[in-house]
Structure formats: structure tokens, C-alpha cells
Ligand binder design. Structure first.
Ligand SMILES: [Zn+2]
Ligand SMILES: [Zn+2]
Length: 421
């Protein structure tokens, strides 16, 4: 098996050889259908140019105002750093830190580390702390939410369309471009960067002694397939140092504990006001569902629907789907197992989108900041809602889709060739 590097499917642990494919094609798992790896049509230099472009756009998006609002003779310029600073100043430090990490620091970390890794691979010399950087990148990417922020900007703008004169700033266009660039760059994961380094012969490849009965598993951070002394044993990954387990440890207790905590935080998130709007004439408190009804009232049923899906349907779906994945473990058969895998993919995909309303709150705070005339104060539900999103994302990360496939392992043959599509 020395010709092509070994890889293991993230969802069902089936081993495959990473065979070279035509640019632009995708290899899927023979057993569960999960995407194993893509072969990019873009060259290494192309990716570097894309990241450098994204960093420039990131700077423009955060330096220039997103919008300028005017009421009477007064004007405010709203930018993302301004919104975060204002939220902090108003005493909502937790909300400011949470939204600041997801919309600013994690996307920035992602861009810088991808650039750093690509440059190192191109120079064919990896720095000593490459594995540390890649582990950090893996975590940062999971929580980088610029496309969600972009949707939040749109929703807040529609809410103001009737209240004030809105002038779009250069920042908003930069955010649109950045959202697209980061969606494209989300394919350049830490595992993929390890794969590129592997192709260049810069890092260790998997070598498995098939005569040994030791359990085979793969590192979730770098993808290296390796053997553990036994199923219960854990050790640092031979290549990147991340803790390596046969399956994610204590799955049942961790996922259930996080789900329970999420359900508890879900109640204040929906019952308490997410924000308070104070103007000279009125003082109103708004809940999440109330916000959806308001948007509907403004005539933007499409945005009302998006917010309803992101804030009500998505968290509910995530919580229920994870409960189904955790409970019906006696169901068997490859067809049902494939459906469970699809369900887990969905939970991972929709993970961050419920953060939408939390971004809307801080953005509206910055946009409606007319001292003495109007102010938006984040309500207690904003933090609770953010906590629900974080807890459900952590619950999804603690779930190990491979464990469901383990029961079928005896019936199936353990190794196959990657199929292309
Ligand atoms: Zn699979
Ligand atoms: Zn590793």
C-alpha cells in the first residue's frame, strides 16, 4: 500500500488510498458517500493569490463604514469594529467577545494561517510549529462566520429602510466579496493543507503494518492513518501531536450534557427580549419571534422567512437531529446508516447559521446609535442565543459518526478504492 497515501473516511472510518484524480474532481467514500477529498483546479499560486486578495478585502471591509445612516441632521457611520466597540462599552462584554471572535478574529486567524501554510508548502520548507499552526487553523475555521455576518448586515438594513436615510458604504461591498471568498477558502482546511504537504514529500505518510491486529484510526486534525495499541488507549498523533483516540471519547455523556444545557439556554433565548430599542417617542423590547413578525410587517416576507429559519427552525432541527442520532442506535442496515450520516452532515452544515440574530443585534446597535435620539440595547436573550449556538456546535463536534458504522464493520470488507464523480 506504499504507492498512494492512506486516508480514512471521517464519517465511517473506511480506509481508502488517496489516488491522484483529474483537477476539479471529487472522491467520495465507497461505503457512506461522504466527500473524501477534492482535487483543486486552482494551482498553489492561485490559492495564495486568493488568500492575499481575501486579506486585502478583509481590511477594506473592516476599515470603511458598512453604512451611513442619517436622521434629521445627524449621521452615524456603522462599521464592524465600531459595532463591537460600542457593544463592549455598553457593558455587554460577553456579547462583544463572542461576536468579535466569530466575525473578526477567527476569520482573520483563518486567512493568516492558510497563507502562512501555503507559503511554507510552496517554499518546500515547513516551520517547526507547522503542526501547532494547523491545529489552531482547524479550530478557527470551525467558528469563522463571515457569511452569517453578511446576512445579518442585510437583515439589519431592511429593518432600517423605513426609519432613516441609508447610504451604503464601501464596507458592505467588501463584506459581500469577503463572504464569497471565505466560502471558497473553506475548502482549504488544515487536513487539505496536510495533504498538500504530503504530496510535496514534506511530511510523514501513513504506514500501516497490516499483519498487526492493532486498531487503525485516523487523526481528526491532520488525517494521518495510524495504529493504536488498543481501542481504549489514546496517544498524541505521530504527525501533528493532536490527541488521538480510536473514537471520540465519552461521546454519550458529552453530547447529552451539551444538548441538555442547550435546551436550558434555549428557553431564555426565546422568551426574553433580544434587544431594546429606545427612541424619543418609544421604548420597545423585542424578542426573536417578535423580530420575525416585524420583518413580515415591513413587507419583507423573504427576510422574515430567512430569520425564522435561521433563528427558530435551525436550532430546533439541530437539537432534535442530534437527539435522534444519539438515541436510535439499535437501528441497523447500511441504508439507515447512510441516512444518519446525511443527517449529521446537515447538522454540521447548518451549525453556525443561527448566529444570525445575534449579529443583527450588535449591528443594529451601531447603526441606530444617535445619542439622545435613539439607541439599541442588546437584551439578555442575545447572549443566551449565542450560547445555544455554541453548545449545539460543541455537541455536534463531540458526536462521532464513525461509532454508528462500527457495528457494521464485521459485515463489510474493511478497505476499498476511492470512487470518483
Ligand atoms: Zn465513509
Ligand atoms: Zn495528526
Amino acid at each position: 500500500m506504499a504507492d498512494h497515501p492512506l486516508i480514512a473516511c471521517q464519517h465511517c472510518a473506511t480506509l481508502h488510498e488517496r489516488v491522484p484524480l483529474a483537477p476539479g474532481s471529487l472522491a467520495t467514500c465507497v461505503r457512506c458517500g461522504y466527500a473524501l477529498y477534492r482535487v483543486s483546479a486552482v494551482s498553489l499560486n492561485g490559492w495564495i493569490a486568493l488568500v492575499v486578495g481575501a486579506i486585502l478585502v478583509f481590511a477594506i471591509a473592516n476599515y470603511f463604514p458598512i453604512v451611513t445612516l442619517s436622521i434629521g441632521g445627524l449621521q452615524t457611520r456603522a462599521s464592524l469594529p465600531g459595532a463591537l466597540y460600542l457593544t463592549w462599552q455598553q457593558g455587554d462584554q460577553m456579547l462583544a467577545v463572542m461576536t468579535g471572535l466569530f466575525s473578526f478574529w477567527f476569520p482573520l486567524t483563518q486567512l493568516l494561517f492558510v497563507l502562512w501554510a501555503l507559503l511554507a508548502i510552496r517554499a518546500r520548507r515547513l516551520p517547526d510549529d507547522f503542526s501547532y499552526g494547523m491545529r489552531l487553523l482547524g479550530h478557527a475555521m470551525h467558528w469563522s462566520m463571515v457569511p452569517v455576518l453578511m446576512l445579518g448586515i442585510l437583515v439589519s438594513l431592511v429593518k432600517f429602510a423605513g426609519m432613516a436615510k441609508v447610504q451604503l458604504g464601501p464596507g458592505i461591498w467588501a463584506f459581500v466579496v469577503l463572504a464569497f471568498l471565505l466560502t471558497g477558502l473553506s475548502r482549504m482546511t488544515a487536513r487539505r493543507l496536510w495533504g498538500l504537504a504530503e504530496d510535496e514529500g514534506l511530511v510523514q505518510r501513513a504506514s500501516i503494518d497490516t499483519n498487526q491486529s492493532a486498531p487503525v484510526t485516523s487523526c481528526l486534525a491532520c488525517g494521518l492513518v495510524q495504529q493504536l495499541p488498543d481501542h481504549e488507549h489514546s496517544m498524541p498523533c505521530q504527525r501533528c501531536g493532536e490527541r488521538l483516540h480510536y473514537r471520540k471519547p465519552d461521546q454519550t455523556s458529552r453530547v447529552w450534557a451539551l444538548l441538555l444545557a442547550a435546551w436550558i439556554a434555549y428557553i431564555p433565548a426565546n422568551v426574553l427580549p433580544v434587544m431594546q430599542i429606545r427612541t424619543a417617542a418609544s421604548d420597545s423590547k423585542h424578542t426573536i419571534l417578535g423580530g420575525v413578525i416585524e420583518l413580515w410587517g415591513y413587507g419583507s416576507w423573504d427576510l422574515a422567512l430567512i430569520v425564522f429559519i435561521a433563528s427558530i427552525v435551525v436550532p430546533m432541527t439541530k437539537l432534535l437531529a442530534l437527539m435522534v442520532l444519539m438515541s436510535r442506535r439499535s437501528w441497523r442496515g447500511p441504508v439507515i446508516q447512510r441516512q444518519r450520516t446525511r443527517m449529521y452532515e446537515l447538522v454540521e452544515f447548518i451549525g453556525q447559521w443561527s448566529m444570525l440574530d445575534v449579529f443583527v443585534v450588535i449591528l443594529m446597535g451601531a447603526m441606530l446609535d444617535f445619542p439622545g435620539i435613539s439607541r439599541v440595547i442588546p437584551g439578555p436573550a442575545a447572549v443566551s442565543f449565542g450560547v445555544v449556538v455554541i453548545l449545539t456546535m460543541l455537541a455536534a463536534m463531540s458526536y462521532d459518526p464513525r461509532s454508528g458504522w462500527d457495528k457494521q464493520r464485521e459485515e463489510d470488507d474493511g478497505s476499498g478504492q476511492a470512487s470518483t464523480s
